[in-house]
Design a protein around this ligand. Structure first.
Ligand code: NAD
Length: 297
């Protein structure tokens, strides 16, 4: 019988990830500020806690899946945060996409409590989360990575050790910068092709058998009706929010400033997603870049 595992942050991604742990036989104690999210997993057999501290006091492994750096700082270091009650020897696995320097700061604080913190951000989107097909990019010691592996492989198909704490975030930030650029590019190409008289499904089919093919065109096409079961065919509901993409692009721009690496397309993609966030698209899936271009005609 597996020992109790903690899970904090049960949103678009976390709810699926936690459910997969339950399915694989890990009993869970969970917390989220959203009562609805907690309720759904309680119905599936998870035990609810009223604070992150109450989670930490009962377990020796915790997964967190929160929106951004500030939420991670709150959940770990706030009043009734994880660090106020963490047990010695606990492994803390943060799968949120945040600033690598915040991951390093959390790792430092964890160490002072006799616990270990690793960053393990994910790629794959909500359907991959549901189907346990995520890719995890792990930053931390080899030992901690090995201790996290059974949990992470219950929620994903690829678990890659990137190096020291923060390097998982580094890999994730680079991936999402490329994803944002490819999503905007796919949206531009689809919109232009349709304006030129091409049927959207046919255009997508041609792109996907040609050199423009990418994840955004093939698996997550932004044009409504091209694919079933993706946010574009559900009024851009669910999925990966535009505000979260703008956040990740901001992290990439911070990183490019710190390392003096030119990222001109990343910078433009950041500004496009920033404008979308301020134009009513914040909570829509990031593939709504297609709709944003259409609306501006
Ligand atoms: P989300 O906003 O849907 O979920 C976040 C959850 O955290 C919510 O349920 C919210 O109530 C909870 N939360 C916020 N503050 C809290 C607090 N103080 N205490 C407890 N719970 C709190 O976000 P998401 O789409 O699930 O993404 C989570 C992370 O994963 C983000 O960093 C995101 O960038 C990353 N990510 C998302 C996707 C995706 O496709 N959605 C893919 C890869 C990575």
């Amino acid at each position: 019988k597996q020992s109790l595992v903690g899970f904090v942050g049960l949103g678009n991604m976390g709810n699926h990830m936690a459910r997969n742990l339950l399915k694989k036989g890990y009993p869970l104690v969970i917390f989220d500020i959203s009562k609805d999210s907690v309720k759904k997993l309680q119905d599936d057999g998870a035990k609810a806690a009223t604070t992150p501290a109450e989670v930490a006091s009962q377990v020796n492994r915790i997964v967190t899946m929160l929106p951004a750096s500030a939420h991670v700082q709150e959940v770990y270091t706030g009043n009734n945060g994880i660090f106020s009650a963490v047990q010695k020897g606990t492994l803390l696995i943060d799968s949120s996409t945040i600033d690598p320097s915040v991951s390093q700061e959390m790792a430092h604080l964890a160490q002072s409590k006799g616990a270990t913190f690793i960053d393990a951000p994910v790629s794959g989107g909500v359907n991959a989360a549901r189907d346990a097909l995520l890719t995890f990019m792990v930053g931390g010691s080899e030992t901690a990575y090995n201790q996290s592996k059974d949990l992470l492989s219950s929620m994903g198909k690829n678990v890659v050790h990137c190096g020291a704490v923060g390097t998982g975030q580094a890999a994730k930030i680079c991936n999402n910068m490329l994803l944002a650029i490819s999503m905007i590019g796919t949206s531009e190409a689809m919109n232009l092709g349709i304006k030129l008289g091409l049927e959207p499904k046919l255009l997508a089919k041609i792109l996907n058998m040609s050199s423009g093919r990418c994840w955004s065109s093939e698996v997550y096409n932004p044009c409504p009706g091209v694919l079933d079961g993706v946010p574009s065919s559900n009024d851009y509901k669910g999925g990966f929010g535009t505000a979260l993409m703008a956040k990740d692009l901001g992290l990439a721009q911070n990183a490019s400033t710190v390392t003096k690496s030119p990222t001109p397309l990343g910078s433009l993609a950041h500004q496009i997603y920033r404008i979308m966030t301020n134009s009513g698209y914040a909570d829509k899936d990031f593939s709504s870049a297609f709709k944003f271009l259409q609306d501006k005609k």
